[in-house]
Each structure stands twice: as C-alpha cells, then as structure tokens.
Design a protein around this ligand. Structure first.
Ligand code: ATP
Ligand code: MG
Length: 247
C-alpha cells in the first residue's frame, strides 16, 4: 500500500525544502523510486530536486479543457498517456508538477480525469511526498483524500503555530483521512523557547524540531537545488532521524 506524506504550512517556512529532503532520504533508505508531487502552483520542488520541468499538469489541463468533447472513450487513455508524459524522471524519483490551478471553463470532467490519473500513478509507488502550496486552499480542494502523514511545518513564531493549528483543524473538518498528523517546527536554534512551548497547539500526534542549518542557507544563495547539501548537514541528518518516526 502506498505511503502518502503530505507537507503543508504557512508561506516560506520550509515545506519544499523538507519535501525535497524527504524524497532524497526516502529513496536512499528504501532503494526505491519515490513519487514527488509538487502541488504548489508556484512550483519549485523540481528545482530543489535538481530537474527541469517543461510542462505541468495545469498546462495539460488547459489543453484538455479546450478539447474536452474529443476526450472520451479511447481518448481517455490518450489523455492519461499525455499526463504521464508530463512527469519528470529523476535518478531516484519521479516528479509530477501540478502547476497553475484552473482558469475559466468546465473542468469537472478534466478534474475527474486528473483524480483518476493521480490515484493510478500514486498506487504504483511505495512512497509519495506531496509538497503543498502555502495556506489551506489545497485542503479545501480535496485533491488528496487520504494521507498517511500530514506534516504541518511552522517557523518558531506564534503566527506560524496558529496557522499550523488552523490547517490541522481544516483538514479534520474536510474529513480527509489522515493517519498521523505531525507538527514540524523548522529553523530552530537550540531549544524551543519556553514562551513558544506553551503555544504548541494541541491535536498533533507528534512534534519534531528541525534545526536552522547554515549549509542550507549558503546553498540557497547560489542555487535552489538541494542535491549537493552534504550528507552530514544538520538538516539532512535531522530529516533522517525523523523518517523512522513517521511510521
Ligand atoms: N532548516 C533550515 N535552515 C536554513 N534555511 C532554511 C531551512 N529550511 C528552509 N530554509 C530556507 O528558507 C527558505 C524557504 O524555504 P522553502 O522554499 O522550502 O519554503 P516553503 O514553505 O516551501 O515556501 P513557499 O511557501 O514559498 O512554498 C529557503 O531559502 C530555504 O533555503
Ligand atoms: Mg514551497
């Protein structure tokens, strides 16, 4: 059964960084190809994983909506094939980039097709990591109905923690089937200050702290890809320690 990890949180807290490292470290551990899904319209998971994305699912969706009357019967298979072509193959991961969300037009048919495509694709992998856009839109759209772990990332601020709590509450309201919900406070130096500890919202099954990592900052100045982040970097090591705890 596919193990689905969804990463959510406020803007700029490190969702894509964590997602990319999870993909790389899960692949290294399992020796299997991981499915990475970039569900942020402002896509950059590909860059972080060191690959170029030519076409997004959003681009294809527009094409399909324009030709919607044609896409019936055997054309359904053709559309699925086209969607598959929009995937990028990395060394130890495959990447689906969702791209922009809908423009104007009737998307019901195409969205159903997309859902079927994603379900079918996801079922072919042992692990799927979904990097979501900031905020909660993606939860309201319910593109993902089931996840084994919802990782809500926050920075070490009150606003970040409040947003994390709202995201968890909304996910519950939307009746998304969530195995485990974990709160990840990223870019922590040393211990969490006592004032923030008191603000850690209830309802999460686990709390993880990820360190502020100078190597990540340095790398971000030169490029956006994380493939060259050293094995012994603070953040990579912390992500490695976190992975067994997700089960
Ligand atoms: N633990 C860390 N130590 C140092 N820098 C970090 C750490 N985590 C993330 N960063 C930096 O913070 C910035 C934002 O990270 P990232 O792009 O992963 O956030 P995001 O939540 O995906 O943002 P967005 O909401 O825009 O999608 C990047 O420059 C990244 O290098
Ligand atoms: Mg991001």
């Amino acid at each position: 059964m596919t193990y689905i990890i969804a990463v959510a949180g406020k803007g700029g807290v490190g969702k894509s960084t964590l997602s990319a490292l999870l993909v790389q470290e899960l692949a290294a551990r399992t020796g299997k190809v991981i499915l990475a899904v970039d569900a942020d319209p402002n896509s950059n998971l590909g860059e972080k994983l060191g690959v170029t994305v030519e076409k997004t699912i959003g681009d294809l969706r527009e094409d399909l909506v324009r030709r919607s009357e044609e896409v019936t019967g055997s054309k359904h298979q053709e559309a699925m094939y086209q969607l598959r072509l929009a995937m990028v193959e990395g060394r130890d991961f495959d990447l689906v980039t969702m791209g922009r969300s809908e423009g104007r037009g009737c998307y019901c048919y195409v969205n159903n097709l997309l859902r079927t495509f994603l379900d079918e694709i996801m079922s072919q992998y042992g692990h799927v990591v979904i990097d979501n856009e900031a905020g909660m839109e993606h939860l309201s759209r319910r593109t993902c109905q089931r996840m084994d772990v919802l990782m809500v990332v926050s920075d070490a601020t009150r606003v970040g923690l409040e947003t994390a709590f709202r995201i968890l509450s909304l996910a519950r309201e939307m009746e998304i089937d969530i195995g485990k919900s974990v709160l990840v406070i990223n870019r922590v130096t040393g211990e969490l200050p006592a004032s923030l500890k008191e603000m850690v919202p209830p309802g999460f099954s686990r709390l993880f702290l990820l360190p502020q990592d100078a190597a990540v900052e340095e790398l971000a100045m030169a490029s956006s890809q994380l493939t060259s982040l050293p094995r012994d970097s603070l953040l990579r090591e912390a992500v490695n320690q976190l992975i067994p705890e997700l089960r």
